[in-house]
Design a protein around this ligand. Structure first.
Ligand SMILES: *Cc1c(COP(=O)(O)O)cnc(C)c1O
Length: 378
């Protein structure tokens, strides 16, 4: 069997920082959801993000859930959310008995279409907007923020895939009222499982911290006046996060390099188009993603299967939320005319997520590229 190549797998520092921080947790016996690693990870992330407040949580999904709650989203409220995303962007809306309204992508950046967003605002007044930065790219952020501000609606950025990506020199996750990060195993840095909520609003995140540890009221016994959650990050996993944060910039360089290699390799293949950062954006290129031109004979699944046969992991693009059986009851606003295929569906039908593992060697990249070229008879 040929060597396995992954889409995006955990990549610990060669210096072994993560193990050192874990070792500290063991030596001090802080083996729960309190301790130095958690405190420091929050401080270090605040410094990196240049933001006032951060709360380490058990997942990115938990961060979105408590973020929406901090924005007072509750039963029957409308929340606008990007249609082309992972289901974890939308599920927390449903946890709160609120109602998702799905917003199409724009063709160039694959991210939330300001046109579709305007259409949705004509019909609904939402309590919040969840803006996803898909695959580490950013859409027309300025326009989106302007529209939301006009309607006085807070934005929660789902920056799970875009840690380290900047828009006009500012890091994603710091534009909205709140930013949700994920440290799941496939993300650019990982705590194996984990997430974080960041914000300029300190008091808002103090509430989140309180809810994340079962909402224990200050009393000499267990007193509860609000519903709480067991959503805090473990001090052991926070140690992994501290080590990973030290190599984030290196990982971004590696991801950008992977993109460049694909970009160059497919230059002379007119059927393939790479998703590329717009001029305002410096992307983390969490995943290198391509589309196959409509007219081409080759379909995305053929590329994925050809790679799979050679023990290489590639994936189709996220299946849009409006096409999910779970999301059937919810409204969807298209970028284009509703009689046509939506932009998100078009990207889904033509897109492939390419292996973007930062552990890939040059030979690995060459192997992947050759297989893809062969699909196109090149
Ligand atoms: C990974 C991801 C999440 C969820 O993060 P978890 O830490 O896995 O809960 C949310 N939104 C997007 C867009 C993601 O890719």
């Amino acid at each position: 069997m040929k060597k396995k190549i992954y889409l995006a797998s955990p990549h610990m520092s060669k210096e072994g920082y993560e193990k050192q921080f874990i070792e500290e947790a063991f030596q001090t016996n802080w083996l729960s959801t309190v301790g130095e690693n958690i405190n420091q990870l929050e401080i270090e992330m605040k410094q990196y993000m240049n933001i006032n407040a951060a709360v380490a949580l058990s997942s990115g999904t938990a961060a979105i859930h408590l973020g929406l709650k901090a924005l007072n989203v509750g039963k029957g409220d409308i929340v606008f959310v990007s249609d082309l995303t992972f289901v974890a962007s939308v599920n927390p809306i449903i946890y709160l008995n609120a109602i998702p309204v799905l917003i199409d992508s724009e063709p160039d950046t694959w991210n939330m279409s300001p046109i579709a967003l305007q259409k949705a605002f004509k019909k609904y007044q939402p309590k919040a907007v969840i803006l996803v930065h898909l695959y580490g790219q950013v859409g027309n952020l300025e326009e989106i923020m302007k529209i939301c501000k006009q309607h006085q609606v807070p934005v929660l950025e789902d920056a799970a895939e875009s840690l380290g990506t900047t828009y006009r020199g500012k890091l994603t996750g710091t534009f909205g009222e709140l930013g949700a990060l994920s440290f799941n195993g496939n993300k650019i840095i990982t705590t194996t499982s984990g997430g974080m909520l960041i914000s300029h609003h300190t008091e808002m995140l103090e509430k989140v911290r309180f809810w994340s540890t079962q909402a224990k009221d200050p009393a000499p016994y267990y007193e509860h006046s609000q519903i709480g959650y067991n959503y805090r990050m473990s001090n052991v996993l926070a140690g992994i996060g501290r080590g990973q944060l030290k190599v984030l910039e290196e990982r971004i360089r590696q991801k950008r390099k992977i993109f460049e290699i694909y970009q160059k390799a497919f230059e002379d293949l007119p059927e393939i188009e790479m998703l590329t950062e717009s001029k305002e954006v410096q992307s983390n290129y969490w995943l290198s993603v391509m589309t196959i031109k409509k007219e081409a004979r080759v379909k995305p699944l053929e590329v994925v299967n050809a790679l799979e046969k050679e023990n290489i992991e590639a994936r189709l693009v996220w299946k849009p939320m409006h096409l999910q059986p779970l999301m059937k009851p919810y409204a969807f606003f298209q970028h284009n005319d509703a009689t046509e295929k939506s932009v998100s569906e078009d990207l889904f039908t033509r897109g492939v997520c390419l292996p973007s593992d930062t552990k890939n060697t040059e030979e690995d990249m060459e192997r992947i590229i050759q297989i893809i070229k062969t699909c196109f008879n090149k």
